[in-house]
Write a protein that binds this ligand. Structure first.
Ligand code: PMP
Length: 364
């Protein structure tokens, strides 16, 4: 077999090795099913156990209250930018307030504008998206349909630390790149969504956690698959769900519960890993320039730059020679970015931090 590298890709991203090994072991024949997970009906007893098991795991990990539904949807997180606006903004007669902290919340407001009045409650663009706003900086409407945020801007590496107060307005959160990285007070949110391909599984499935009362806002004239209420009533089985992806989400959440020991433990590990890289950046005294303001630094995505493009190219090449791979920054911003999701082993981050120190010493 070809050797596996340390994969710092932003998504699809590294998965726990034990999960991939289990998938491999059971790929030809899922125990008790007599066939592969890819070959069985989404209405079979076996798949019912998988999807209800995945939901139970998600509820346990995040402490999801009983008055929230957990949905398994398709179309990725980008699709949810439109779904949120279709269900909660269109026809509401109210504006929606968007906290624009980076590329992904920027794309979300653009999509929402196709369905109604979406206004920036704060826009970090003039500061080049280096931080989250303080509560007093938010310009919230008097009675918005909802307030929207992205908990972790994957490209800018900016992660919120305290969820904003939004009064009676539901808080909607894109948690695509930091779901399951730490405990979250779900009850403070009206809806949380996350594509799976960073911290929860492979691409193809998107998790939506939505409070019951918000389902009542979905207009009956929406097509069924675009209507949260109908998707919830059909327990995400209105049509064929991405069965393989749901299966892997079940295994990843099993891993989080049984091997890691829950999200508090996961957060401790993530904080430790992130500190290793931020320490290497800070100790370099300007050789590495981190993007995010220190109090908004992400534990999941660590973007940084070097004094020249040539040095960056040399860094990426030499890192890859040590099996530290996929460290190039997003095509829209350049630079480097280390994505260190839950499944990135501590050892991989240690090796990267060590390499960063050596490279700095040689090239500073
Ligand atoms: N939101 C965030 C925070 C993301 O990082 C991404 C993907 N990188 C998306 C949304 C879009 O996700 P998808 O490609 O699944 O539509």
């Amino acid at each position: 077999m070809e050797k596996r590298v340390y994969n710092f890709a932003p998504g699809p991203a590294v998965l726990p090795l034990s999960v991939i090994e289990e998938v491999q072991r059971d790929l030809l024949c899922l125990p008790g099913a007599g066939a592969s997970i890819m070959e069985i009906s989404h209405r079979s007893k076996t798949f019912d156990r998988i999807i209800t098991g995945a939901e139970a795991n998600i509820r346990k990990l995040l402490g999801v209250p009983d008055n929230y539904r957990v949905l398994f949807m398709q179309g990725g997180a980008f699709y949810q930018f439109a779904m949120v606006a279709l269900n909660l903004l269109r026809g509401s007669g109210k504006p929606a307030d968007y906290i624009v902290t980076g590329t992904w919340s920027g794309k979300a407001i653009k999509e929402a504008k196709t369905q109604g009045e979406a206004k920036p409650a704060w826009d970090g663009k003039p500061d080049n998206f280096i931080r989250f706003p303080k509560q007093e900086e938010l310009k919230l409407s008097a009675d918005p349909a909802y307030v929207y945020m992205c908990s972790n801007e994957t490209i800018q590496g900016v992660q919120y630390q305290i969820e904003p107060e939004t009064g009676a307005a539901p808080l909607i959160c894109d948690s695509s790149s930091d779901i399951f990285c730490r405990p979250v007070p779900v009850e403070k949110f009206g809806l949380i969504f996350a594509c799976a391909q960073k911290n929860a599984g492979p691409s193809g499935v998107t998790l939506v956690i939505v409070r019951d009362d918000l389902l009542e806002r979905s207009s009956g004239d929406l097509p069924s698959l675009l209507n949260y209420k109908i998707v919830a009533e059909n327990k995400s089985l209105l049509n064929t769900p991405p069965t393989f992806a749901v299966y892997v989400v079940k295994l990843v959440t099993d891993w989080l519960l049984n091997e890691i020991g829950g999200l508090k433990k996961m957060a401790e590990i993530n904080n430790r890993k992130a500190k290793m890289l931020y320490d290497a950046i800070d100790e370099s005294e300007g050789f590495y320039q981190g993007h995010a303001a220190k109090d908004c630094r992400s534990t999941m995505n660590v973007p940084f730059r070097m004094p020249s493009e040539d040095l960056q190219a040399a860094f990426l090449e030499q890192a890859a020679a040590r099996d530290l791979c996929n460290l190039q920054g997003h095509r829209s911003v350049g630079g480097c970015r280390a994505s260190i999701y839950n499944a990135m082993p501590v050892e991989g981050v240690e090796l990267l931090a060590q390499f960063m120190r050596e490279f700095c010493k040689k090239n500073k």
